[in-house]
Design a protein around this ligand. Structure first.
Ligand SMILES: Nc1ncnc2c1ncn2[C@@H]1O[C@H](COP(=O)(O)OP(=O)(O)OP(=O)(O)O)[C@@H](O)[C@H]1O
Ligand SMILES: [Mg+2]
Length: 325
């Protein structure tokens, strides 16, 4: 029997889990987190979350041989970069300087890693001149906290990867000459990730997500924001189509359009083939409709990328990619 790998991603609203084997996706699930478990992208109590992960795995009969987790974007940085040809040792000395604009703590408090995506060669001599790299920096204490949390849940983590790497895995079978835009319609933010083939190019963050709709629905329908959240998910009284909500979708579409133009401007030779939606917001049909209308690039389900059509796959896409590591 082929090895079962579980991927986990902890969002601000839900825990996403996927079990994958060489043959494909075996299971995907999204469980809403207890209220207040994650605040501003940070886990409030690692112990409480460990217990929640353990219970969820037990309740949903999640069985696996190995586990991988997606590190939180707020605490893990990823970037494409070019560097002169150098050895592994030289790169490890240089990477901290490449991240100096991103990291906030002392540079030795981070783990650094990289993957070589390509080597540029001199056209005449054929001599290598430059390395094309995808590099990552993550806080050592975060990685340790995650390892400890999963250990408490009875799970030994094999890998912890940034979301950009998880999507690289998702796109592993994408044609190398096609560009893709993955859009995560999350609870607290909307995040765009641009890829050329499976190579990460850049990302763009919109600092509000589906939770902004709650205050709007609450105001329009004169209800409590907490109640509004359940109205929104159930599309109670068609609240997802309130004009005030549609305005939010339109603003989002504008932001996305701008990021897409920017990518096209910087990559004039690359055709952006598809936009793939993920995250719980991908289930809001009126939002999908506004995006389809406003953006000239066709929207395709993420499930097409991995050839799996399990219900809920787009909500747990990050976890699926982690399990493919
Ligand atoms: N069927 C649905 N209809 C409407 N909204 C939904 C539906 N399913 C999920 N959502 C909403 O989509 C939002 C994003 O859900 P998701 O599970 O992607 O959150 P998350 O990954 O925890 O968030 P983040 O990535 O921002 O940390 C949530 O606000 C959730 O309530
Ligand atoms: Mg998420």
């Amino acid at each position: 029997m082929s090895k079962k790998v579980a991927g986990f991603e902890i969002g601000s609203h839900a825990l996403h889990v996927a079990v994958v084997t060489k043959k494909g996706v075996k299971k995907v699930l999204t469980e809403t987190l207890p209220e207040g478990a994650v605040r501003e992208g940070r886990i409030v109590s690692y112990e409480a979350l460990a217990d929640f992960i353990k219970q969820t795995c037990k309740k949903k009969k999640v069985r696996f041989d190995e586990a991988a987790v997606v590190l939180p974007a707020a605490l893990c940085f990823c970037r494409r970069m070019q560097s002169p040809i150098m050895t592994h040792e030289q790169l490890m000395v240089n990477l901290p300087y490449e991240f100096r604009d991103f990291i906030t703590a002392e540079k030795d408090q981070y783990f650094y890693d990289y993957a070589v995506l390509g080597v540029t060669k001199d056209e005449e001599t054929g001599e290598p001149t430059e390395l094309d790299l995808m590099a990552a920096a993550s806080l050592k204490s975060t990685v340790q906290d995650y390892k400890d949390m999963f250990r408490r849940a009875g799970i030994k983590l094999k890998t912890a990867i940034p979301i950009e790497m998880s999507y690289t895995n998702i796109l592993s079978k994408a044609p190398a000459d096609h560009a893709h835009c993955l859009i995560d319609l999350g609870h607290t933010a909307v995040r765009l990730y641009m890829y050329h083939g499976n190579r990460y190019e850049n990302s763009h963050l919109v600092e509000y997500g589906m939770s902004t709709l709650d205050d709007i629905i609450a105001d329009a329908m004169h209800i409590d924001p907490f109640v509004a959240a359940s109205y929104r998910e159930a599309n109670h009284d068609g609240c997802q189509s309130l004009p005030e909500c549609v305005e939010v979708y339109q603003n989002l579409a504008n932001e996305i359009q701008r990021a897409v133009y920017f990518f096209r401007y910087n990559n004039p030779d690359v055709e952006l083939e598809h936009i793939h939606l993920s995250g719980g917001g991908a289930r809001i049909q009126p939002l999908r409709d506004v995006l389809s209308e406003a953006i000239s690039i066709p929207i395709e389900d993420c499930s097409e990328l991995i050839g799996a059509h399990d219900d809920g796959i787009e909500t747990a896409l990050g976890a699926v990619g982690a399990a493919m590591q």
